[in-house]
Design a protein around this ligand. Structure first.
Ligand code: NAD
Length: 252
């Protein structure tokens, strides 16, 4: 993989899990990286941390402007990783309107807000790439994930539409579709189970590989799609799910 020397990147939700692993990998490969997160208190050098709520347009605009200025590229941003997201469980009967608006606001509209603020800076780059964190939930038909699946289906559609809109500007737009990734998010879900260890073992047993995907493995796929190595790829979804989609399996 080519390195990111001289490139400037912005990662939303980069204080934890997949976003954190991605921010660290891009920085290790030579990028200057800014992290936007609700809670950036754990973000350490060389990463730059900014507090931002992707549901608040003013907060997003201010954080993107500050980050781009501090990254020092005279207004140029090369890479945007739209990764901030939240989960929701249950069937269509289990989530009320407020929950629907909240999850769609973070997972879908939040992505649009950050992208809107970042696009003028991405247009100045010779290697502009956007990578959205989607999910196998976008197309798998997962049980007990109606709202979350709908939000990630929208992320997939948004990725394709953005790829079409910006291809002539030299801005590539792709997404990754992770399976079940061992992050604090999944830790919280398992922690809520009656027997977390048994629940984890059952979850691992349902994976084709017999284990969960690591955040570093998703970061590797994101880095590939963000790097000039994938320069002819746009409008694509890359599964990082231990074979779930490729082997036509479905976690029921
Ligand atoms: P995580 O909870 O470990 O990290 C999410 C980060 O996003 C946190 O740092 C959080 O503070 C931040 N965030 C949440 N709401 C925000 C907001 N309104 N504004 C700014 N930042 C906000 O979760 P993760 O597992 O690393 O998930 C990251 C992304 O990966 C999400 O989009 C999620 O849907 C997706 N994903 C996760 C999995 C999985 O199994 N963990 C699978 C598929 C897709």
């Amino acid at each position: 993989m080519s390195d990111f020397e001289g490139l400037r990147a912005l990662v939303t939700g980069g204080a934890s899990g997949i976003g954190r692993a991605t921010a660290e990998l891009l920085a290790a490969r030579g990028a200057r990286v800014a992290v936007l997160d609700l809670d950036p208190s754990s973000v350490e050098k060389p990463l730059l941390g900014y507090r931002a709520d992707v549901t608040d347009d003013t907060s997003v605009r201010e954080a993107v402007a500050a980050a781009v200025a501090d990254l020092g590229g005279h207004g140029v941003l090369d890479v945007l990783i739209n990764n901030a997201g939240i989960g929701a469980q249950g069937t269509v009967e289990d989530n009320d309107d407020e929950q629907w608006h909240r999850v769609l606001d973070v997972n879908v509209v939040g992505m649009a807000r950050v992208t809107r603020a970042a696009l003028p800076h991405l247009r100045e780059s010779a290697h502009a790439a956007i990578v959205n964190t989607c999910s196998i939930a976008a197309t798998a038909g997962l049980p007990q994930r109606a709202l979350y699946s709908a939000s990630k289906g929208a992320v997939l559609s948004l990725t394709l539409a953005m790829a079409a809109d910006h291809v002539r500007e030299g801005i590539r737009v792709n997404c990754v579709n992770p399976g079940t990734v061992d992050t604090p998010w999944v830790g919280r879900l398992l922690g809520a189970a009656a027997d977390p260890a048994a629940e984890r073992a059952a979850l691992e047993a349902r994976q084709p590989t017999g284990r969960l995907v690591s955040a570093a493995e998703v970061a590797g796929a994101v880095a590939y799609l963000a790097s000039p190595l994938s320069g002819a790829t746009t409008g694509m979804a890359l599964a990082v799910d231990g074979g779930m989609q490729g082997l036509r399996l479905r976690p029921v």
